[in-house]
Design a protein around this ligand. Structure first.
Ligand code: SF4
Ligand code: SF4
Length: 155
């Protein structure tokens, strides 16, 4: 069994019925082909090896919305384990390119997505104030303190 289970109450996972309510309730699974949270977690638990995470190309599709956890008849923290699996994968440098770009953008500009004239116009129509410039120095320090410097090879 995977050592990831040490972080959670082990008996929770052994109570899994394989009923697939988690996968059937997952909004991501409805739109992403081959995404199945129950199968991802089961494969990781049975395999017990972190290397298997790099082969899970759909792992990062989880939005951590918590629906699976709320709907599970045994209250199993499946979204928590998926988050843990993503963190372990990131520590080994396995971060999808699009997410890597967003993090780099955040470090450089303070935002993962840039605003533009259209988004500013919509903000105005909604009665929202124009965005202020973020404190990029502070954001950079937070991200580097979180260990992203080593993972992304930046200083
Ligand atoms: S909903 Fe809960 S019990 Fe059912 S398969 Fe998912 S984790 Fe297991
Ligand atoms: S937390 Fe992830 S796996 Fe669970 S329902 Fe949301 S997207 Fe699906």
């Amino acid at each position: 069994m995977s050592k990831a289970l040490n972080l959670y109450e082990r008996e929770h996972f052994t109570r899994c019925l394989q009923c697939a309510i988690c996968s059937g309730s997952c909004p991501t699974a409805r739109v992403v082909d081959r995404y199945n949270p129950r199968e991802l977690v089961l494969r990781y638990i049975l395999d017990g090896d972190e290397d298997v995470l790099s082969e899970m190309d759909t792992l990062w599709c989880c939005t951590t919305c918590q629906v699976c956890r709320e709907r599970c008849p045994h209250g199993i923290n499946i979204s928590g384990l998926l988050t843990h699996m993503m963190n372990l994968s990131a520590l080994k440098g396995n971060i999808p390119p699009v997410l890597r770009s967003s993090i780099m953008m955040m470090i450089e500009t303070g935002r993962p997505i840039q605003s533009n004239s259209r988004s500013e116009r919509i903000r105005g129509e909604l009665g929202l104030k124009p965005l202020t410039k973020p404190d990029t120095k502070e954001i950079r320090e937070i991200l580097l303190d979180a260990g992203l410097g080593k993972i992304l090879d930046i200083q």
